[in-house]
Design a protein around this ligand. Sequence first.
Ligand code: 1PX
Length: 215
Amino acid sequence: MSSTEEKFSLKEVLVSFKSCLVDDDQDIIVEQYLNGWKGLVRFMNSLGTIFSFVSKDAVTKIQIMENYLAGTNGERYRTLQSMVEHELSSDLVDLTKRCNNPDSGCRTILRLHRALRWLQLFLEKLRTSNEDSKTSTLCTEAYNDSLANFHPWIIRKTATVAFLALPTRNTFFEVMNVGTTEEVVAMLGESMPYVTKVYDFTHEIYSQHNLLELP
Ligand code: 1PX
């Protein structure tokens, strides 16, 4: 394990979502948002290969966005607001059916945005759980209340089976690399509001532009 991996703590990842909010919390820097996601993927990978099908999809979506950022219109993708304005005004978003622009930035961020809701629900359940709580149950409940509503049967089935292999609550807390259970609970209480702010802001922008159901 390299020294950076040893230092890896979930707190830093969650707090990194704070740094993506700018302009009095009225915009999101896409690059920083993706950095938050990269940290989450690293954390998920440390839970074992069983979740590689999940992290692969997240990595693909991060990569799509990084390609936009590095492309000729990269500046237009610097923030969430500028991306939405650019793609909508240039007719770069498939609104009803995936055809001309199957991987628009708007639909790609929407997938990550929906997954962020799962994360919120799951971490809140972990925070308020007790020693006997089963992580697979907490994770399944969080999934059913969020992402599952957007996934076809086969993905729901695969995900629900994979959840059965989740480590115990104690192992989870250890992997977070934060300290004692009490410290983990405190850290989640302090850091999750940043994630919530990012989630709420994204949701508002997408709602304003009718982008919440992009195919
Ligand atoms: C202390 C916990 C921290 C753990 C951090 C874990 C970060 C989780 C990241 C989940 C990223 C999932 C992205 C999924 C995006 C998505 O919905 N993609 C689907 C739709 O995309 P498409 O391009 O086809 O419209 C895609 O079909 C997804 C395929 C993969 C399966 C997704 C299952 C999602 C389960 C989420 C729970 C992950 C559990 C990880 C264990 C902690």
